[in-house]
Design a protein around this ligand. Structure first.
Ligand code: GLU
Length: 470
């Protein structure tokens, strides 16, 4: 059954989606899905000089990649703040009419002088209230806040946080040039979008008492608030570019599966016992905003890679093939048309790779013949004796009834015994010949997956090289 719960993710499109933003979006999404409410995407683009359509596109794409679908939001009209000015104007007019806001014509110079004077005495600057009772009809619009008492934010994560009114001032709702301020837009949007729970980064906690006073002035019910702690770098300062990649797209492009990213992000602050791996359905079922920690969480790339590896190892094979394919193509390679064969190749690779990029790199030899052989191993293995052994391998492998891993293994073992060698002698030789490397997935699987024609062609090429080495 649907509920009245309505939450929103409200990014400012001044950059790409940051992991912190992605986690905020995820917590909102999980909260909405858990309560069968609505998840709304709102684009806070009133800072026109720094907001771009390209960034909006990148944010939308990153959310889609993470699978955080919204019930309301772009491309439908009305979900960008620049499309909502009429509503801000109406609400400003209401506050003027009720006397809860007033116009102020203090010049920037005057305010600067007051600010400097405050700085000299070490006090926080607060607007003096000079225009409160002047009844002006032009200027900047300020909210008339109570001079005494305090506003308490009953935060779902942090508990009650008290802000004395003596520390707040009559903040500006609409600037002299008619543009609404950020905090005012957020309040008007949250009330008109009927948001019930505001879940956002705790860098906004200091805005919340101001916003609550504005709800009260508008005589609207105040929503619930939950301020999520910041994501930290290993040095425990707020995560930033100098700690490494911070945009979600960078992780997508590095080949972290979206499900692993979601699983990683949710554990940055939220926990359920000591469980680390969650399916999305489990997250929806278990998520409770009250289980989000109030302290900051450290971004740990090693753990992200561990989760990524876990997902690569355990996800459905067809799904893995789907995810890998664009990475194969991006590396300039072509996956085989035969899907079963492609999946077979991936099955030999998925145990070891931490990312999709790494998986393609480790499996490159499946899609293209080696152009070089490991320089340390080649002089030892690609010798005249190596050529003789390769010749025998080629002959025997050319004659098997079927070219499967067990059939290949039987042939190679028999030849090993015949020659009085150890299995590793022939296995390493064949491995170097077909992959160019001395480490690869199990060689019999590799040969079988390459198919007889390709495997033999590679063995012949290596033999020619080894013959020339005399
Ligand atoms: N636009 C703000 C930001 O990107 C979020 C404001 C809010 O969630 O209230 O940080």
């Amino acid at each position: 059954m649907a509920s009245d719960v309505r939450v929103r993710f409200a990014p400012s499109p001044t950059g790409h989606l940051h992991v912190g933003g992605a986690r905020t979006a995820l917590f909102n999404w999980l909260f909405a899905r858990h309560h069968r409410g609505a998840f709304i995407l709102r684009i806070e683009d009133t800072d026109r000089s720094r907001s771009t359509d390209e960034n909006i596109g990148a944010i939308v794409e990153a959310l889609q990649w993470l699978g955080l679908d919204w019930d309301e939001g772009p491309p439908a009209p009305g979900y960008r703040q620049t499309e909502r000015f009429e509503s801000y104007r109406d609400h400003a007019a209401r506050l003027v009419a009720t006397g809860r806001a007033y116009l102020c014509d203090c010049s920037p110079e005057l305010l600067d002088r007051e600010r400097q004077a405050a700085q000299q005495t070490g006090a926080t600057f607060r607007y003096s209230g000079r225009c409160r009772d002047r009844g002006l009809s032009a200027g900047a619009l300020r909210l008339r806040i109570p001079t005494e008492g305090a506003t308490v934010v009953n935060d779902l994560i942090h508990g009650a946080v008290t802000f004395e009114h003596s520390q707040l001032d009559d903040w500006i709702l609409v600037r002299t040039d008619g543009t609404p301020t950020y905090n005012f837009c957020v309040v008007v949007d949250d009330v008109t979008m009927r948001i019930t729970h505001v879940i956002r980064g705790n860098d906004h906690l200091s805005n919340t008492p101001k916003q609550i006073l504005c709800y009260e002035a508008l005589e609207y019910a105040v929503p619930e608030f939950a301020h999520v702690s910041m994501i930290l770098g290993p040095d425990r300062s707020r995560l930033s570019k100098r700690h490494g990649a911070t945009s979600v797209q960078a992780y997508r492009d590095a080949g972290i599966p979206a499900d692993a990213m979601v699983n990683y992000l949710v554990r940055l602050g939220w926990s359920h016992g000591d469980q680390e791996v969650f399916s999305r359905a489990q997250l929806v079922e278990l998520f409770d905003i009250k289980d989000v920690a109030s302290s900051g969480a450290v971004f740990d790339t090693t753990k992200l890679e561990w989760l990524s590896q876990h997902y690569l190892k355990t996800m459905d094979g067809g799904r893995l093939a789907e995810l890998v394919e664009p990475f194969v193509r991006a590396a300039g390679l072509t996956p085989p048309a035969d899907r079963a064969r492609f999946r077979g190749m991936l099955d030999t690779l998925r145990e070891r790779a931490k990312t999709l990029v790494e998986l393609v790199e480790q499996g490159r030899f499946y899609f293209e013949a080696p152009t070089a052989y490991e320089p340390k191993a080649a002089p030892k293995l690609l010798t005249p004796e190596g050529a003789r052994r390769l010749g025998l391998l080629i002959e025997r492998l050319g004659g098997t009834a079927e070219f499967t891993a067990p059939a290949i293994e039987r042939v190679v073992r028999a030849l090993t015994e015949e020659l009085g060698l150890k299995l590793v002698d022939l296995a390493q030789l064949a491995r170097l010949a077909v992959t160019g490397r001395t480490a690869s997935p199990p060689i019999f699987d590799v040969l079988a997956l390459l198919g007889r024609a390709e495997a033999l062609a590679r063995l012949r090429r290596a033999r020619a090289l080894a013959e020339g080495a005399a």
